[in-house]
Ligand binder design. Structure first.
Ligand SMILES: C[S@@+](CC[C@H](N)C(=O)[O-])C[C@H]1O[C@@H](n2cnc3c(N)ncnc32)[C@H](O)[C@@H]1O
Length: 317
């Protein structure tokens, strides 16, 4: 196997996503498996892709031959498919949206935003998320437009699955970032994208695979749980299912890394993950939580990094 381009620069995510891991990339980099750095892993699997901060940072950098990404959020999955296969058409639609936005007076921009949001929500019912349709391009452009212009730049839906984030009043939002979209598209060319539960990725995993798992956070304060990614939430029993999945992948010989919020931030006696992943290396690293269920809980917290391989080997050389 020849793997080139190890000095390839990281590609940026094309969406801002709650729980995005850009700020933790340096901590992750120290804890990637030795085999990844030695270019002995040719396949990458990320079953909770979200905004894909880790995927975009490492897919080209480590020259994976194949990659598989998955998410249970159907809007996100069609966006990845459009960026992969129809990036030029997407750029054309975004250019029109951007021009319209900047030609609209500052006072009327919020009206434009709510019109596009309404259109986006009204078209949801009619959208076939499983089979490609040309309307996916417009829908993805609207998603990116909303993501760039909404409050806090995040994706959040209500219990009916409707996008419900208010207008963000940014003076100069970057609606079309052509270079990022083109680089993301290029990066996705070796990648299969699927919609569904994380377990659907199991068939893509073998002993040449690096798997990164970044499930929805276990809410710090269980009474105010953040379930905004999609209609369903991610419960403690899903966390238990995920720990079983982690062990299955471990037995298949894959290298697996998982991150999650540390419940000890809230309750020092909460050993939920320490118990679930007993026997595996667990590191705690400092993180800033930017978007969470509760605005007053921003600030420094610790994040868990759990691996099925040792992370304390020397990284020099
Ligand atoms: C913490 S986010 C991932 C963030 C990502 N690492 C990033 O840097 O942007 C978790 C993702 O898991 C997805 N998700 C929730 N439940 C899922 C499930 N059962 N199977 C697969 N994906 C799921 C959510 O839609 C969300 O995009």
């Amino acid at each position: 196997m020849t793997i080139q381009k190890s000095e390839e620069k990281a590609v940026k995510p094309f969406l801002k996503w709650a729980g995005g891991k850009t700020q933790l990339l340096a901590e992750f980099e120290h804890r990637f498996p030795r085999e990844l750095k030695d270019h002995r892993l040719s396949n990458f699997v990320e079953p909770f892709i979200g905004g894909g901060a880790v995927f975009f940072a490492i897919n080209k950098k480590y020259g994976f031959e194949t990659a598989y990404i998955c998410d249970s959020n159907e809007e996100l999955v069609i966006a990845y498919r459009v960026v992969k296969a129809k990036v030029d058409a997407l750029i054309d639609v975004l250019r029109v949206l951007e021009t319209t936005f900047f030609e609209t007076t500052a006072e009327e921009r919020s009206l434009l935003y709510y019109k596009i949001r309404e259109n986006y929500n009204n078209n949801k019912e009619k959208t076939d998320f499983l089979h490609y349709h040309s309307t996916w391009v417009q829908r993805t452009a609207e998603l990116i437009f909303l993501n760039r212009t909404c409050f806090n730049g995040l994706f959040r839906v209500n219990s009916q699955g409707w996008f419900n984030v208010p207008f963000g009043s940014y003076k100069n939002p970057r609606i079309l970032d052509e270079q990022t979209l083109k680089e993301a598209s290029e990066s996705l060319q070796n990648t299969e994208i699927s919609l569904g539960d994380f377990t659907t990725c199991e068939r893509f995993v073998d002993s040449n695979t690096f798997v990164y798992l970044d499930p929805p956070y276990r809410p710090l304060n269980r009474t105010s749980k953040f379930t905004g990614y999609s209609k369903g939430g991610f419960s403690d029993s899903d966390q238990v299912r995920l720990a079983e999945f982690f062990k299955t992948l471990d037995h298949q010989g894959a290298k697996v890394m998982l991150s999650n919020s540390d419940p000890k931030n809230e309750d020092p006696d909460d050993s939920f993950f320490d118990t679930l992943y007993a026997g595996y290396p667990i590191d705690r690293v400092p993180a800033k939580r930017a978007i969470n269920s509760n605005g007053d809980r921003r600030g420094e917290i610790s994040e868990l990094i759990i691996t099925n391989y040792p992370t304390n080997y020397s990284t020099s050389g």
